[in-house]
Structure formats: C-alpha cells, structure tokens
Write a protein that binds this ligand. Structure first.
Ligand code: RB5
Length: 441
C-alpha cells in the first residue's frame, strides 16, 4: 500500500536485541522523509531492559511529541506488554502487513511493536508502508476502544441496559442555545441518532407550532425513536417568555407557551422540561421577591395543566453563571413543594451538577425518588468522554438508587454535530457490557 505522504513524526526505541532492526527501521523511515525521534539505545554493548524504553516511547507518544511510536525487542512481546500497561497506549505486536493494517484500522494502535527475531530488516519496509498508510476506521470500533480505557459497567443481577432510555438533544431550528446537535435539521438529527444507537430524542422547541404532530410522529417512526421530552428554554431566550420575567406579559407568555408544549408532549408520552424558561431575577431585592412569587404562581398554573394532560413536568437546576433562580437540586425540590406540586420531578444535568453540587453521588441518593430525568454532558459540555466528569461514579450511583429512565446527551456540537453525536453514541454503548452480536465483526 502506498504511503499517504502526510508528514509524520515517529518516536522509536528498542532494547539491545532489537537494536539492529531499529537501525534498519530508522534508516528506512528517514529515507521516506519521516521525522524520527530515536530514544535509544544507541549501542548494543550493554543489555538494557525493554520496559524502560517502552515507557519512554509511550510517554512521548501520549505527550504528542510524535504521531505514533515503534518499539522493538527480540520478540516484540515484552515491549507490547510493557507499553500496553500505560493508560492511553494501544500497542499492536505485528509480524506481517495484515496485522499491521488491522491494528491501525480497528485498534487505532498508537505504537507498533516488532520482534527483531521474527521480522527481518528486508521485510520490515512492507510493514512500515502499512503502518504509515493505514487510517483508523472509527465507527463500531470506537465504543470498544472506550472500553479499553474504562471497563464497561457490571450491571449485576436484576439490572439491564433496557432500564435506561438513552437519548440526545436536537432542535428543528437553529438557536443561540448551544448544546443541541443538528439544530435546524431535525431529519438528519433523527437519522444520525438512530444510526448511533439512541433510543429516544429530546427536542428543544421554540414554539410547538413549529412542528405538526403528524410530521414529528412520522420522523420518529421512520427512525424507530421515542420522544423523551420537550425542552422549552428557547421561549425565554428568543422571545422573553420566562417564568421569572420582570414583566407580567413575559410571565403570561411563558405559561401559555408551556401549556402548548404540554399539549404537544401529551401526544407522545413525553415530558416537558422547565429549564431555561424559568429565566432569572433581574431587579433589586424587593423586585426579586415579587418576581419569585409570580414565577411560583406561574409554575403552579403549568403544573395544574400538566396534571390535567397527564404530562410529567421536569425542573432542571442550572448553574449560577446562567441564572440566579434554582441552581441546585435542593432549591428545585423546595420550589416544587412550595408550589404544592411535588409530582414535578428533577432533571439533573451533569454539566450543571459539576458546578453546583458539593457531592454529586450524595445528591443523587438524597433525591433518588424525585429524579425523573438525567442529562449527560461532560465538564466542558462536550460529549461524555471528552472532559473530566466522573461518569463512572455517577452511573454506579444511578444503578445503586435503581434509577430507571431517560439519560440524554445535551451537548455542544464540538468539534461538529456528526462527531459529537458519534462520541455520545459510542460513550453510551461503551457503558454497558453487551452480548456478542453474531453479525458484527
Ligand atoms: C531479551 O532476551 C528478550 O527477552 C527481549 O528482547 C524481548 O524479546 C522480550 O520480550
């Protein structure tokens, strides 16, 4: 196979046995204009220990000092065992072009391990051709790679993947509300959601009349998806219709808009989210008390309508940088009780919890019977797995409290919609051990 010609930089190391083959590889790579960083050894006089060089190359690869690494010992075995102990390293031990191709294409190997007693300097050039030219295929392999870094959760007895409905947040229209995928192209969003293994979608809608029930149902059916919830914050963001608005018209608008969302949701067995639509307090202290009181009454009116239409209302705590009204689970629960509507459940979003809850597992346990819905977004609001939020811990707690319900990825389209959707889908797939699919290679 021809090399892609893309400039590459390779970190290489060996032990004393691998040294002659390393010299042949370095010469071959330099002939191809590949930049080589040779970490040694440079003479075979003294025996050296392969784990030392494996660690050196692995660290440099992880630090981004090279595009990939090559490690050579007598058999390649010691090097691959040592390199694969470094988290983030996927070292493939290869003796022929086929295994080189596969370890790049399927395992996204970042280090190639070779045995100087197995591969001759004459044959190594063909293996290097393949290493330099083969691209990672992604797709079905990605969830598997994630499991290498973070083992799938052991669901234990009496629990199964089907206790969760996994989803993603979309919108039929573009919005300045950022964490939505394929906003403005619902058809594509739904197709991609289905392709990436989601069970449900959540829709952020500005106005319920933006969609007909029939068109929405047809799209859901075509993609075998459920509608988990309608998110309503766009009304506040775009139209000034907020439960805590400073003007009565804004509050009334929010109640009417939420009422229309409730009617739409009732056709789909979906919930309605009170997130951004609660707005924020703007005036001086005395105005704020008034704003709060009016918001409480507005919430009560919405709750009554939701009870009448048998729709689950969800209230979502949002971080302090976006609103000064309901930042924590405790505040949300208190408000629902004050409204006299404790049947309104909590929507807990990991992105907001990460900033506002002192102890996330403790919050989940404390409000176990009040949680109605979960949003997953990483610490940076990117797809799960692209930041440093402790999802393992949260999943373990959700299983412990026997949470049964929806988890949707409400995430920014970073680096773009398609990759974010794939990352979220693969992350969800990687969470659970699955039965082996006979038709999947
Ligand atoms: C050295 O004797 C040999 O064990 C080493 O080069 C490598 O093959 C280890 O796996």
């Amino acid at each position: 196979m021809e090399s892609t010609g893309k400039a590459q930089r390779i970190i290489i190391g060996s032990d004393h046995v691998g040294l002659p083959l390393k010299e042949a590889v370095v010469e071959d790579l330099r002939r191809r204009q590949v930049e080589v960083i040779d970490v040694g050894p440079y003479s075979g006089d003294q025996p050296v220990d392969y784990p030392d060089y494996a660690q050196l190359v692995a660290k440099k690869v992880l630090a981004g000092e090279g595009d990939s690494g090559i490690l050579i010992c007598g058999t390649g075995l010691g090097m691959s065992i040592a390199a694969n102990k470094v988290p983030g390293i996927r070292a493939g031990l290869c003796h022929d072009t086929y295994t080189v191709h596969q370890t790049r294409a399927h395992n996204n190997a970042n280090i190639l391990c070779l045995g100087a007693w197995v591969v001759s300097p004459q044959r190594v050039s063909f293996l290097l051709d393949e290493w330099l030219a083969t691209e990672y295929e992604g797709g079905r392999h990605q969830a598997r790679l994630m499991k290498l870094e973070r083992p799938a959760i052991d669901l234990g007895k009496n629990k199964s993947r089907s206790q969760f409905k996994l989803g993603v947040s979309l919108s039929p229209n573009p919005s300045i509300f950022g964490p939505l995928l394929f906003a403005g192209d619902l058809k594509q969003g739904m197709e991609k959601a289905a392709e990436n293994g989601f069970d449900v979608v959540e829709l952020s809608l500005r106005h319920p009349a933006d969609l007909t029930i029939e068109a929405l149902q047809a799209l859901l059916n075509a993609n075998k998806l459920g509608l988990s919830a309608i998110a309503t914050g766009q009304s506040c963001l775009h139209d000034g219709m907020c439960l805590a608005a400073a003007d009565q018209a804004g509050v009334q608008g929010a109640v009417e808009r939420l009422g229309a969302h409730i009617e739409l949701a009732s056709h789909f067995g979906a919930a309605v989210i009170i997130g951004g639509i609660r707005g924020k307090f703007t005036g001086v202290e005395s105005d704020r008390a008034h704003q709060r009181q009016r918001a409480l009454e507005a919430l009560r009116a919405c709750a009554e309508k939701a009870v009448e239409w048998e729709v689950q209302l969800l209230i979502e705590p949002i971080n302090r940088y976006e609103t000064n009204f309901i930042n924590t689970a405790e505040e949300a629960v208190r408000l629902t009780e004050e409204a006299g509507h404790p049947e309104i459940k909590l929507l807990l979003d990991t992105f907001h919890m990460n900033m506002e809850e002192a102890d996330i597992p403790a919050t989940l346990k404390r409000y176990a019977d009040r949680i109605g819905y979960i949003h997953f977004a990483d610490s940076n609001r990117y797809a799960p797995g692209l930041g440093h939020f402790p999802f393992d811990q949260v999943m373990a707690t959700l299983l412990e409290i026997d949470y049964q319900g929806v988890i949707t990825a409400e995430i920014l389209p970073v680096p773009e919609d398609q990759s974010a959707m794939q990352q979220a889908g693969n992350f969800f797939k990687s969470l659970f051990s699955t039965d082996i699919q006979a038709d999947e290679v």
